[in-house]
Structures are given as structure tokens and as C-alpha cells.
Design a protein around this ligand. Sequence first.
Ligand code: UD1
Length: 423
Amino acid sequence: MDKFVIQGGKPISGTVRISGAKNASLALMPATILAPGTFTLLNTPTLRDITTMARLLESMGVKSSHANHAMTIDSSQLSRFEAPYEHVKRMRASIYVLGPLLGRYGKAKVSMPGGCAWGPRPVNLHIEGMKKLGAEVELKGGYIVASAKRLKGARILFDVSSVGATGNVLMAAVLAKGITTIENAAIEPEITALAEFLQSMGARIQGIGTSKLEIDGADTLHPRNVTTIPDRIEAGTFLVAGAMAAKHGAKIRLDQCNPDHLSAVIAKLEDAGAELSCGSGFIEIKAPVEINAVDVSTAIYPGFPTDMQAQWIALMSLAKGTSVVTDNIYHDRFMHVPELNRLGADVTVRDNTATVVGGKKLTGAKVMSTDLRASASLILAGLAAEGTSEVLRVYHLDRGYESIEKKLHQLGADIERVKGEEF
Ligand code: UD1
């Protein structure tokens, strides 16, 4: 397992290129199951989760290659309909093969994802959605076993807005017979990107970008090429890095990003005192002289993303004053807090709310990554801390941040990956 060694306190500035969105790619890749043939997915990031999805598809007979951010997928030889535990345990998003397998082939066996580092993450909405579309679904030996002759359009109203359930049911419904409506559908940009890709393949979908999708099932779909949208969470993380570790007034520019996807994060950074300017495909942040304490509450899109909550707590630990950070999506997602406190932050958690007493001096320490975004917050705090920090178990970061140490290095940070030992 690799670790990062960071010499903190180095000011950063310059330009960084934002990669394609992990969470969009993880939906686009399984969508290729829906139409046998060859697809090219441009701007696909080089990440562990992407490799995991490619391997899962390969285990079903779907071939792929990935070079220079172009992923070519040939789904014409798909011959197995199973997502085994060994893949799903590595990555929950493996469940995204359920909808397309059922829609295209009428059968799927997908290991139930377990909980994750910060608590239970149910998949009941995915299963209920498939049942509504007429699938017979059984839970056997830790697997979701589903079958249907041909799915039938239905009205589906989600109790909770779920990115994964919306994507999965959408992929199932595009080949169902008749009309499906999905109400309280997720409107995250990754779902919009998926819906537009499906539409380009011949799917008939109305209401894209809204919380009510209407799908008129097609008999067949066709392979198409697509360019993956930029990763808004990677972009948000670099913006927070800019606010924390840039010397007062220094600038960081993000290229190849979409500012429209980051409105809530941008607004909160402005409240915190940073100056931001945005244009087509770029965002520039000028670090504040003093960081204001700003409360955030996570919400579904376009609200403040839960995937930015840990990074925000890291930022607020440097703020002047006390702030309150509430996670309304994942109530237990605070594994980073004890580790941030080891770096000198003063954060207490009660229920789903963290109280961050800012203005504490961060000092280098050894800390442990527990999940993807928690790890990002530890890197940010390490960059701002005085002295040497070691962030252990960085494989979490490799799941979702492409070359993070290289990108930070380019900006002037002193961060080094130490490979291969058991830390
Ligand atoms: C996706 C993202 C993840 C992000 C999350 C919330 C991917 C691969 N992952 O995860 O990075 O943190 O959205 O923005 O895109 N829920 C249920 N039943 C279900 C499904 C979800 O109750 O069947 C609940 C969850 O517990 C959670 C809420 O719905 O409270 C939202 O979760 P969801 O949007 O489904 O998250 P994911 O799609 O797993």
C-alpha cells in the first residue's frame, strides 16, 4: 500500500487540468451493455474504480482498452450476466450493471453491495425499481437474482432522490416495452450525462435534467461515442486546496471543468472570502487573506455535495470562527474527523453535524485514509499543516483522483508518493 508524504505549508499556485468525472464514467461504461457493438468513451479518467468496472465488464465478455483517456468498449460478445462479489465488494457502483443486463438480456445476478466505511448504503430503491418494471427479483446467497421476459414501462416514484437508483432504473427502462416515468429522479450532472448518452444511442427520454423523466422504451439501441463530463468533485477539491494552501492572493486556475456544476461550492467559497472568476471551461480562485467561517448543509444537486463535505471541514479548520457542517445525505460520513483532529483541527461530531472550531494551527502527523473523500480532506489539511504529514492507505485516493500527487506537485506542493510497503 502506498502512502503520501507531504511537507506542509508550501504555497501553491498555477493551473491544473480537471479529469473526466469518475461517477459519470461509472454509469456510461455499463450503459454500453444496452447495445452490442463498439463504443469510444473519451475523457475517461485513469482511476482504480474505472479499472474495476472494466474488469467487471470483461468478466461478462465485454472487451475494453483504455489509453490517453479514450476507452474503447466492445460489448458484442457479452455472454455472462453476473457481477460477482469479488468485484462488487471493491466498488459499490458495480450494481450499475443490473439495469442494463435486465433491460437488454432479461437476466442478471449481481452481488449485494455491503455497507461502506461510513455506514449502511441500501440498494432497496434499485431493487424496487426493477420489480416495478416487471422483473422477478430474489435475494439469494448474497446476490440479487433478477429476471424478466421483457421489462414493461411503469410509474416509479422514488422516496429518496438516489443517483444510483435513477441511473440503474433509467438504463433498464430504455429497452422496456412502453412508457416509464421516474419521479423524484436524481438531477446530478452525471445522471444528465447518462441520459444524454442513452438518447444519442436512440433512447427516447424526456425531462432530462429534471426530477421527472419520461422514457418511451425502444426495441434496440445503437453504439455511440461520447465525451465524459468533467469531474466536479475533483474540481471542487482543487478549489478548496486553492483556498487553503495558496498564499494570500495567489491564484489557482482549473481548466477543462464546468463551473455550472459547482455553483453551490463556488458560492460557499465566496462566502469564505475567496475570489472566484469563471468562464467557459475554467474557474480561477484567488486565495482569501483570511478564511471566514461558513456553515454548510449537504443536499442533493444543485445543493452542496456530500462528496465535498470532508474537504469543507478541512477548510473550516483554518477559518476565523466556528462553523457547522451538516451531512443530510450520509449521516455517518465523518470518519475523517478524528484524523483531521490528529493534525490539530478542533472538530466535534454530534449526530450528522460537525462543529468546527477554526483558527487552530495544523501540524504534520501520520494519518489514515478511510474512504475516498476523507482521504482528500487529509491531503488538503496536510498541505496546510506545518511540518511533515504522512497520509497512509492512499489506495482510496487512487479510486477517484487521477494523479493527484502529480497535479498538486505541478502547483508547487511538496507531496511524494512512497510506494509499495505495508504501512
Ligand atoms: C452516488 C455517488 C457518490 C455520492 C452519492 C450522493 C456514484 C458512483 N457515487 O452514490 O459519490 O456520494 O451519489 O451524491 O455516482 N438510498 C436509499 N436506497 C437506495 C439507494 C440510496 O435509501 O436504494 C439513499 C442513500 O442511503 C443516501 C441517498 O439515498 O442516503 C443518496 O444515495 P445515492 O444517490 O443513491 O448514492 P449513490 O448512487 O450510491
